[in-house]
Design a protein around this ligand. Structure first.
Ligand code: MLT
Length: 409
């Protein structure tokens, strides 16, 4: 028999959202008439922008025609999309064409990026955290085992909670790889430019790399919140950024994202010689990936037309109105709520004496609403709970009404 990668055995039995889906199916089987409202996984509900649909229809027609048919495209993505990405999101931030890598999603990118790093690097994650950052490092063998307190040995956890305004403190020891997500999943909170500058300065002084997940950048409403880490001076030497069309333009099922790896971000080999991470990522990407479908890239590029921009903004505004309804509704119900101003996630404090999985069960059983228990995102998520603003308006309003009138608090 072939030996397995035993690092997988260190992981809890199932991925967080798979576990939630399992619990909800069990409840649904036992209560078939329950009208369940799902505000758990951050999946969008509104259709793609008409501009994207039109562009994809046109691209399908091109594929049907000998003269315009396309086979393999560039693994890194078509120039027509990369040019638009740079022009719209990185104008004057110095990002070059060969620093953008189009992919099938940020989940894949943030999961795969760790492959270009040494297994002995120390990893720092904020706690709570999007589980992919941690789980993929566990799989790679960059951690020890899971301890009783819910943390993995050898990982540096940076607690984020109401007490520190969800702003992680810099590590006291040297770390090599730092995952930051802003606007944050799951807390829905953000870091100011001033805070982010501290991380860039830390990374520069400690030769660390920042893996910056900006998948929710389109939801920022406040001026001081950076849309990109490259707005911070010095970041081009230390940061890799991830962006996605999933939440920006409803591509969770269509799949398209990109990673920016500046040519100035370096790592070193065991003899201390420096290497460009851009080249390593390019090597990995071209070896393991054959490119995002042409049709999908056409759909993605269409969001950068004036009508595409207006259409995706209308959808983002729709979700942010949901966020406001949830946030204000929870506060009216007497709960403490965070986030939801620059992000489509609302992070609430569970009532005294109820832990986050307990609140999950209570919400599901008493009012048939699915959310995500904070503890699923890490030990500092205990005592918190996440609701998403990605539902439709009717369900969002119904869910809040149920919480206000039917939930026994
Ligand atoms: C979530 O609910 O946290 C999202 O589904 C994350 C993701 O985009 O994978």
């Amino acid at each position: 028999m072939a030996l397995i990668n035993e690092n997988y055995l260190k992981l809890p039995g199932s991925y967080l959202f798979a576990e939630i889906a399992r619990r909800v199916s069990t409840f649904k089987a036992e209560n078939p008439s329950a009208d369940i409202i799902r505000l758990g996984i951050g999946d969008v509900t509104q259709p793609l922008a008409p501009a994207s649909i039109k562009a994809m229809h046109d691209a399908v027609d091109e594929m049907a025609n000998q003269a315009t048919f396309r086979g393999y495209g560039p693994e890194q993505g078509y120039d027509f999309l990369i040019e638009k990405i740079i022009e719209t999101n990185y104008k004057s931030l110095g990002v070059e064409m060969d620093e953008v890598f189009v992919s099938d999603g940020s989940k894949s990118d943030v999961g795969n990026i760790q492959e270009i790093f040494g297994v002995n690097n120390t990893v720092a994650i904020t706690d709570p955290v999007y589980p992919v950052y941690l789980d993929t490092n566990v799989m790679a063998g960059r951690t020890g085992t899971l301890q009783n307190n819910g943390t993995f040995e050898q990982v540096v956890y940076l607690p984020c909670n109401a007490e520190n305004s969800f702003t992680p403190a810099l590590p006291t020891n040297k770390v090599d790889m730092i995952y930051l997500c802003c606007p944050n999943n799951p807390t829905g909170t953000t870091l100011s430019k001033k805070e982010l500058k501290k991380w860039v300065d830390y990374a520069k002084s400690n030769d660390s790399i920042i893996l910056f997940d900006a998948a929710y950048a389109a939801y920022i409403t406040e001026a001081d919140v950076p849309r990109s880490i490259y707005e911070i001076e010095g970041s081009r030497d230390v940061a890799i950024e991830f962006r996605s069309f999933s939440k920006t333009a409803g591509f969770t099922g269509t799949r398209c994202a990109y990673t920016v790896v500046p040519k100035t971000v370096m790592g070193k080999d065991s003899e201390g010689k420096e290497h460009s991470l851009n080249q390593l990522w390019n090597r990995r990407h071209t070896t393991k990936f054959n490119g995002t479908p042409y049709i999908v890239q056409r759909g993605a590029a269409a969001i950068y037309t004036p009508e595409g921009q207006a259409q995706i903004k209308a959808t983002v505004d729709y979700y942010m109105t949901n966020a406001k309804i949830i946030r204000e509704g929870l506060i009216t119900a007497g709960l403490q709520a965070f986030g939801g101003v620059n992000a489509p996630y609302i992070w609430l404090k569970t009532p005294e004496g109820i832990d986050s999985w307990g609140f999950f069960d209570k919400l599901l059983k008493e009012v048939h609403i699915v959310g995500t228990p904070g503890a699923g995102f890490g030990p500092s998520g205990e005592g918190y709970f996440r609701l998403t603003a990605f539902g439709n308006r009717e369900n969002t309003e119904k869910a809040i009404e149920r919480i206000k009138t039917k939930l026994i608090l």
